[in-house]
Ligand binder design. Structure first.
Ligand code: ADP
Ligand code: ADP
Ligand code: ZN
Length: 214
């Protein structure tokens, strides 16, 4: 199964991705996670990406596409994968199509998670992430059992520095301008599934599975 998760910042892509990749035993490719790891490790890529991320802007297409192309060529992606947060521009989607065509495969489904602006801000601002394993929590909607300690690995839980109300508002604007056109792009290809992301986490997951015919 080759899947793309589409949706504005804070919609619940990463949260749903964790369940979907476990269910279908496919790798989870999150461009945001790749960039955060590189920023943390201080790599050249991390240095390139950091300023854009802090300002809520997109990292240039050529940088992102090259990373995804390399990742898709790894062996564990040969039977399927889930792309989370990529593509984010029509140009990225077109380049992804040509990479996949060269590989002789195509995307099966694009899952679009629909959430309104006020909910997105509330979700992103309350988001907390495990520094060690990347598990995602929310101070109200998915709290850790022990304060600031990851349920999965016992790691420290922190707030992303781009999850402020100001930066999230900027990221939503960027989403509307750059990423929303992908809904039309993929609906023309008849591979689009739309889910109501306002529902609770488990109901959203149930709807996604049902749409995938599971
Ligand atoms: P994205 O990857 O789309 O930016 P996340 O999966 O990180 O979004 O979710 C953003 C925040 O909202 C997280 O704190 C997460 O725990 C929470 N969240 C995700 N889905 C839901 C939901 N259906 N209801 C309530 N909170 C949610
Ligand atoms: P969210 O789902 O909350 O928007 P992500 O973790 O997916 O957050 O992305 C964090 C940041 O990483 C983005 O604001 C952007 O700067 C950068 N980024 C991630 N994916 C892409 C992409 N496909 N194209 C350009 N920039 C990206
Ligand atoms: Zn953890």
């Amino acid at each position: 199964m080759r899947l793309v998760l589409l949706g504005p910042p804070g919609a619940g892509k990463g949260t749903q991705a964790a369940y979907i990749v476990e269910r279908f035993a496919i790798p989870h490719i999150s461009t945001g996670d790749i960039f955060r790891k590189n920023v943390k490790e201080g790599t050249e890529l991390g240095q390139k990406a950091k300023d854009y991320m802090d300002k809520g802007q997109l990292v240039p297409d050529e940088v992102v596409v090259a990373i995804v192309e390399d990742r898709l060529k790894e062996k564990d992606c040969s039977d399927g994968f889930l792309l989370d947060g990529f593509p984010r521009t029509v140009n990225q989607a077109e380049q992804l199509d040509s990479v996949l065509t060269k590989m002789g495969v195509e995307i099966d489904w694009v899952i679009n998670i629909n959430v309104k602006k006020e909910t997105l801000i509330q979700r992103a601002v309350g988001r907390r992430i495990c520094r060690n394993c990347g598990a995602t929590y929310h101070i109200t909607f998915k709290a850790t059992k022990k304060e600031d300690i990851c349920d999965v690995c016992g790691g420290e839980v922190y707030q992303r520095n781009d999850d402020t109300e100001e930066t999230v508002t900027k990221r939503i604007e960027v989403y509307i301008k750059e990423t929303q056109p992908l809904i039309e792009y993929y609906s023309k290809k008849q591979s689009l599934i739309t889910t109501d992301g306002e529902q609770d986490i488990h109901k959203v997951y149930k709807d996604i599975l049902a749409a995938l015919g599971e």
